[in-house]
Design a binder for this molecule. Structure first.
Ligand SMILES: [Zn+2]
Length: 228
């Protein structure tokens, strides 16, 4: 998967859209005299969400933008699921293989139970309790996301982001509009923010120095601030 980065040439100052592989360790870029190297976005879900924003802004392929939005959140969930099971394996000296991790993830067959499973893995009774426990997150949801209700957060992610994705992929529905795609980008960004905030709290608890996650408010890649 190719991820878009907007880079400005240090010589002529012209802005360029550069694509790099999802797993690229650095992004190389050269326009005029000098070449530049920048680090990739640190969060996998955010990288894929940038691709959703690209499809929204540049190609205006709104169904594809929705597919990438859902993939961004789903990928971030899987990433954290695998990460914390792997860390748990370090403690118990039974490090799971990639296949075992995937098998465990697939046990949670729908996205709603996957979201709740990841919340539990990071020490919460569920995603609703986590959002309720954080006044900042509660405010973000109440003020900006009328389609997400505290009490049914996981189900609302399923209904508002993954059902449209399924409708596109399963029956080839192409009628989604710019507003639909914008809503999905914002909801995916919120979901990634939630699980990153949980990850941050869990990493702090474990004093894991490698934790890179920031608070949900620090994540603003989508350049779209419209109620979703
Ligand atoms: Zn240049």
């Amino acid at each position: 998967m190719r991820i878009p980065y907007r880079l400005k040439c240090i010589d002529c100052k012209k802005e360029h859209l550069v694509f790099a592989d999802l797993n690229a360790e650095s992004i190389e870029f050269r326009c005029c005299e000098r070449s530049q190297t920048i680090p990739p976005y640190p969060i996998k879900g955010i990288k894929i969400l940038e691709r959703a924003v690209f499809e929204y802004n540049e190609t205006k392929d709104y169904p594809l933008s929705i597919v990438f939005s859902a993939a961004a959140f789903e990928c971030e969930l899987a990433d954290l699921h695998h990460r914390w099971l792997w860390i748990k394996g370090l403690w118990t000296k039974q490090i799971p293989t990639d296949e075992e991790l995937d098998k465990k993830l697939r046990k949670h067959s729908d996205i709603k139970s996957r979201i709740e499973a990841v919340a539990r893995l990071m020490g919460h009774t569920g995603i609703d309790e986590f959002v309720k426990s954080d006044s900042k997150l509660t405010e973000i949801v109440k003020n900006g996301f009328p389609s997400i209700k505290i009490g049914t957060v996981a189900r609302d992610f399923q209904t508002n982001l993954f059902w449209p994705r399924n409708r596109i992929l399963h029956v080839g529905y192409t009628g989604y509009t710019s507003d639909d795609a914008k809503k999905c980008i914002n909801i995916a960004q919120l979901g990634i923010g939630f699980v990153q905030a949980m990850n941050d709290a869990k990493a702090k608890e474990n004093q894991d120095p490698s934790a890179k996650a920031g608070p949900v408010t620090a994540i603003t890649p989508a350049q779209l601030q419209q109620p979703a």
